[in-house]
Ligand binder design. Sequence first.
Ligand code: C2E
Ligand code: MG
Ligand code: MG
Length: 806
Amino acid sequence: MLRIADCIVSEHDLSQVLLAGFFCLFAAWTALNLLERVTATRGWSRVCWLVAAGTVAGCGVWATHFIAMLGQSSLLPMSYDPGLTVLSAVLAMLILGAGFALATGAFTRNARPVLGGAVVGSGVVVMHYVGIAALIVPARLSWQPDLVAVSVVLAVSLAPAGLTVLRRTEGVKGRLWAAALICAGVVGLHFAGMAALELHPDPSIPAPRAANGGPLVYAVSLVAGLVLLAGLVSARIDRSFAARSLDEARRLRALVEATSEGILVHRDGRVVDANEAMAALAGIEVAGLVGRPVAALFAKESAVTLRRCMAGADRTYGEGELLSAAGAIPVELTGRQIGHEGLMAGVVGVRDLRERRKAEARIRHLAHHDALTGLANRPLFHDRLEQALAWSRRTGEGGALICVDLDRFKDVNDALGHAAGDTLLCAVAERLQASLRETDTVARLGGDEFAIVQRGGDQPAAATALASRLNAALSAGFAIGGDHVVASASIGIAFYPGDSDDLTCLFRHADIALYRAKNEGGATHRVFETAMDEQLRQRQTVVADLRRALAEGDLRLAYMPLADAHTGTVTGFEALMRWHHPERGPIPPGEFIPLAEESGLIVALGEWALATACAEAARWPGHLRVSVNLSPVQFRHGDLVALVADTLLRTGLPAERLELEVTEGVLIREPERAVHTLKRLKTLGVSIALDDFGTGYSSLGYLQTFAFDKIKIDQSFVRRSHEPGSAAIIRAVIGLSKGLALPVVAEGVETESQRAGLASEGCDEVQGYLIGRPQPIESFAALLRAGSGPSAAAGGARLHGLVLED
Ligand code: C2E
Ligand code: MG
Ligand code: MG
């Protein structure tokens, strides 16, 4: 040790020793930086970086040796054999490069730094002793073997130590320690080697021309320094590029993983990479996919598309089938070429089409089926019916079109809610379907309308039997949300080709038959007959004419007086609608009112009657009241209460002078809603009379359901009042009304004896031809004048016993 220290201190120029040391450290540091690039790259890049590391390290070590040699303060002239000097440098580069290759190689993982380090150390030893061999000096050289051994051990042990530290310690710290250890090995080797060398001057050996120490040191330092610097800078630049491309690669990977589309990267027909989505789709892990032939992942039928996508330079599309672990999956394939790890590779995008296919199937289904019940819809039904008709034209095979409409479906909807209505429709659809043969088609045409085409069969028996079966099936009832709902249907049947072989016409005929079934109370079926068509046509004409009459002001109101049963004093008038048809003459309300109710026109008619009657009555003496008839339909459409209030306001008629006449029909459908409306009407101040009492259901219960202001006994009883039965009913009704403190009016009083009888029974008011026929209000001008005169105060005009002329 002392000998080595003495060699450094006494035989060397210290500044050059420091310069050599610095160079060595710099070289080691640079070489380690380059080594990091070697480990971070693959293929040719790795080879290049390995060459760079070997060159830089060899060059650095050599420069260290050379600068240190030039710093030796020997009295003997010294020079160097150029061939051996260059050889020492080349050997250093080669052996160090090999050592680095070994240290970063693929084999013997853990032994790598030790083996590699040993080779690196050996390279330094070789470089040093070949360098010494290049020395030309007029002296004999002798060696101290122990120091030579020390020099070799230092180099061959410290280099592996350095590379081991480098491997175990991350970052700059590891690199610094490693560089220091390797540097220590190199410097140690050099000075131990130099200490082992003894020069014995020998004048017989010719002295060389002394090497020019100073300038050569600078030249070697400069060149070596530049080489090292270049190495270091390039390593740095590459590392920052690598870091950036690593970031970029991570970002791309994240993007690739974020997509739900499967991605396959392939080269030479085999998978080289894939994303997780692809692995999930195929049911094989990414690692399992890598290396597989791409074609093996897809069905044979997809081969052509797949080949096109794999070869596609630009985006190419196609559809195919992926063979996943769970079975064949329909997929959309896209292909393009990309750069992958420095080489061109193909990318195949694989998009799962299962959801899309499902949606398409659903859309296709929806286009032909009813969304609620799943039955065929109108377009599909028309198509099937057309097919049946075409078949019939070719073969003569007949069949039936059966139109089905649920009775009072709206009531279910109103009473139980729309959800229950929907459930009922679905349940009905199921029962209809269950009643059919395979060749028949049932469809929901909308709302509660269904239709069936029954092909072939022994007609008309087959169709009527089916209709009966359907109604029987519906009458069995349905459990809907805790309620038991009994359904029935009105069914219309038309036959082809008998009734028609035209779709539109056949539908019309079946509808007419259905209309007839509905009109007859529902829960039944009717077969189309030609006469029905004519009747319907007539009805439709009447409705159209009525509509026009209303629009053109051709309707009139007739007024029929009501009088006190005892005194004959007129108390008011009932407004009755009159229509004089331009061709058919007067049409009785009993004929046109039901048609207006069916068509809904009654709402407008009723509005007109109310407004006209109120406006008229407003001009009458204050004690005369006006009665206006309301149809049950008016209770179901629009806001009747608002209409009455508004009419009173506009016409200025005091509410207490208006009486609204309703029949029991109002209370049959939706009684709660009707009672609610009646109560609200009553709060306006108008009175409500129960018209035609004794007809219809004649339920006394209605009298309790709502507090009517008056009962009007139907004229049919009065007309037959001479019959004991009718007289008893009249008596009972009057008695009952008295009990409820309800005034009673008798309609249809035509004779004085009828009036007297009714008066004696306790009837309050009478109405009928005896008192006055329905007339234009002008006919009562005298009466109204009288009523407005002084006698009005005494109880109004008297008509008693007076039958006005028609
Ligand atoms: P209603 O409300 O019961 O009217 C009384 C009907 O009995 C009237 O027939 C009237 O002319 C008739 N009548 C009254 N007393 C006698 C009599 O002594 N002998 C005979 N033979 N008949 C008598 P009309 O005018 O034909 O009206 C029939 C029905 O048409 C009315 O019965 C009413 O239900 C309905 N109606 C009339 N006008 C309207 C209206 O503006 N709106 C509504 N919704 N219905 C109306
Ligand atoms: Mg009436
Ligand atoms: Mg009546």
